[in-house]
Ligand binder design. Structure first.
Ligand SMILES: Cc1cc2nc3c(=O)[nH]c(=O)nc-3n(C[C@H](O)[C@H](O)[C@H](O)COP(=O)(O)O)c2cc1C
Length: 156
């Protein structure tokens, strides 16, 4: 069974609700899911997962410091997250409040770990909430089979 870690930080509960929806989507798609607060997420949790989905509130257009702290600590396992599939989600006060740069800040760290990051599906161009958001994370699970990862390696 494919293993997915959904790790998130939330101060006032918005990102928690998103994390629960993301975890439900991954479970619907047949994955074994660990849903964890970032403060309780260990480096072993990162190593355990085939897919790592990180959620953070938007703080000044970036991931929250506690989320960055996990990435900073993950330099101890540099090289061990290679080819895991990564994804990110964020909650912000306003649509123009830097949520996209927050996602990029998380994705940047994933790319430096040589993880594989997949774009949102076309069907999500106009609606990133509710069921379509859930479908987006089901899609991430669908990218986890080894065959795809091997294919990806072969194409580079
Ligand atoms: C320190 C701090 C910085 C924030 N910076 C931004 C920001 O740059 N843009 C924005 O739209 N919202 C910003 N917000 C609002 C949060 O992103 C927003 O309320 C989010 O939904 C909180 O998520 P949570 O309920 O999971 O804690 C900030 C909030 C805090 C506490």
């Amino acid at each position: 069974m494919k293993k997915v870690l959904v790790s998130y930080f939330s101060l006032t509960g918005n990102t928690t609700k998103m994390a629960e929806a993301v975890a439900a989507g991954a479970r619907d798609a047949g994955a074994e899911v660990k849903l964890k607060n970032i403060k309780k997420t260990s480096l072993d949790d990162l190593k355990w997962a085939d897919g790592i989905i990180i959620g953070s509130p938007t703080y000044y257009g970036q991931m929250a410091a506690v989320v960055k702290e996990l990435f900073d600590n993950s330099s101890d396992i540099r090289g061990q997250l290679e080819n895991k599939v990564g994804a990110a989600f964020t909650s912000s006060a306003s649509i123009e409040g830097g949520n996209q740069t927050t996602l990029i800040s998380i994705i940047q760290a994933m790319l430096i770990h040589s993880m594989i990051v997949i774009g949102d599906p076309m069907e999500n161009r106009w609606a990133l909430w509710g069921n379509s958001r859930r479908r987006a994370y089901q899609r991430i699970v669908s990218y986890l089979p080894n065959a795809w990862i091997e294919g990806c390696k072969a194409s580079y």
